[in-house]
Design a protein around this ligand. Structure first.
Ligand code: FAD
Ligand code: UDP
Length: 383
């Protein structure tokens, strides 16, 4: 492929690979080649306009939210932002109920007397503003609160998780359902982070700007397999699946995948909020409507309908590592093997670390890896 020599090869033009490439190029003045097997940069945060001119997220809705000043300060060098707070409703017994389940949800699901009693009991038990993972509420309550926990588990979590992961909530690490805790509050936002904004012009434009350093070349449609035996680079950052790097020597790490069905309607709005979850009916889990997130309403509206599927290499994409003990143990085996057999390769990102990172976590991790592993500098990260 290339005759040029590089200091670093970065495998994967997703957010993780992009941030590390930029740091290598601009802080250390290294020559970097970024490759990606897909025909576009940005990995799963890729977005772009369709034939109707509607900006949409090709791999599912991506909402940026963080409490990290370091991440905001870094990304703000490559994008401006507009305000956006995500709101989600779940279809429960024919009614649209705020998710995460909160004090408003309580009033919609129960008669006034019961909702009042439950609200009082929740505030007495946890305090106003608390966030309580459903599995913990199931374990640690009795009487009417236990019944409530069971109701939320049955109506919000059970069916959705079965569809999303192909198994019930108890079989997954508790951190999965703890992402959407019961919120003892009237705040109906999906996230409560201090920074909830979206990049003006979309994620792909932001990523392209991060990659636009003169020391960085990008080759798309290029698989790691086609360059793994080459010698035009000295060191590697690998953000693809760690098991694939070692040809699945200890067995394949399992992932969950999704099929997205996009529909465009000749009407201005399809649903009242950006995201409606369907825990208890249909084969899909959620429908998201782009216009709510982009604030662009041009007479037509586009939605993404998400159908969870098994992951089959070459056919579907490995979107979600599956957080379970056995999988973590298998990942640990690859990680330890990598430390011995490929000590100069840096494995990172959702696939390299087999971790369910949000975008801000992916960026924070990339900045930390650059500073600590590549520069060997201590605690304080400056961007
Ligand atoms: P990726 O984006 O997966 O990038 C890895 C790249 O490596 C890919 O482009 C891939 O093609 C490439 N690659 C892999 N193997 C090879 C190979 N052998 N050769 C060449 N290239 C290779 N986060 C949020 O903060 N908010 C959200 O609302 C949100 N919603 C999400 C919704 C969905 C459906 C999914 C799946 C994720 C969501 N995320 C969200 C998480 C977000 O997508 C990740 O944090 C982010 O994409 C991680 O970036 P990454 O670079 O680590 O991984
Ligand atoms: N979840 C659920 N019902 C919901 C929303 C979420 O059961 O209405 C569970 C489900 O297991 C899901 C997890 O909580 O995979 C995390 O939800 P999140 O919205 O964070 O999923 P992601 O956006 O990462 O797909």
């Amino acid at each position: 492929m290339t005759a040029k020599k590089y200091d670093w090869l970065v495998v994967g033009a997703g957010l993780t690979g992009t941030v590390i490439a930029e740091r290598l190029a601009s802080v250390l003045d290294k020559k970097v080649l970024v490759i990606d097997r897909r025909s576009h940069p940005a990995g799963n945060i890729f977005d772009g306009r369709d034939d109707d001119g509607i900006l949409y997220h090709h791999y599912g809705p991506h909402i940026f939210h963080t409490n990290s000043e370091m991440v905001v300060s870094y990304l703000s060098r490559f994008t401006e932002w507009y305000d956006y707070e995500h709101r989600v409703r779940g279809m429960i017994n024919g009614r649209l109920v705020p998710i995460p389940f909160n004090l408003i949800s309580l009033q919609i699901c129960f008669d006034a007397a019961r909702a009042g009693r439950l609200q009082e009991a929740l505030i007495r038990r946890y305090g106003y503003g608390a966030k309580v993972p459903i599995l913990s509420m199931m374990k640690n309550t009795e009487g009417e609160l236990r019944d409530l926990a069971q109701f939320v588990f049955d109506n919000v979590f059970f069916g959705y998780t079965l569809k999303q992961w192909g198994m019930p909530p108890e079989m997954l690490a508790p951190s999965v359902t703890a992402r959407v805790p019961v919120h003892i509050s009237y705040d109906d936002r999906y996230f409560n982070d201090s920074f909830q904004r979206m990049p003006v012009g979309g994620y792909t434009n932001m990523v392209k700007r991060i990659l636009s350093h003169e020391n960085i070349d990008v080759e798309l449609g290029t698989d790691w397999a086609s360059v793994r035996d080459s010698s035009f680079y000295k060191k590697i950052v690998f953000t693809g699946p760690i098991d694939e790097f070692f040809r699945c020597e200890f067995g394949a790490l399992p992932y969950r995948s999704l099929d997205f069905v996009f529909q465009t309607y000749a009407q201005s709005r399809h649903q009242p909020v950006a995201q409606v979850n369907y825990p208890n009916e249909h084969a899909f889990t959620r429908i998201t409507e782009m216009g709510h997130m982009t604030h662009e309403w041009e007479g037509k509206t586009k939605v993404a309908i998400e159908y969870p599927t098994a992951y089959t290499p070459g056919i579907s994409l490995p979107y979600y590592p599956i957080p379970q003990d056995d999988n973590q143990n298998l990942y640990n085996r690859y990680r330890d093997f990598a430390a011995k057999e490929a000590p100069d390769v840096i494995f990172c990102g959702r696939l390299g670390n087999y971790q369910y990172y949000n975008m801000d976590q992916a960026v924070a991790k990339a900045l930390t890896i650059f500073q600590k592993q590549i520069c060997g500098v201590g605690e304080k990260i400056s961007v």
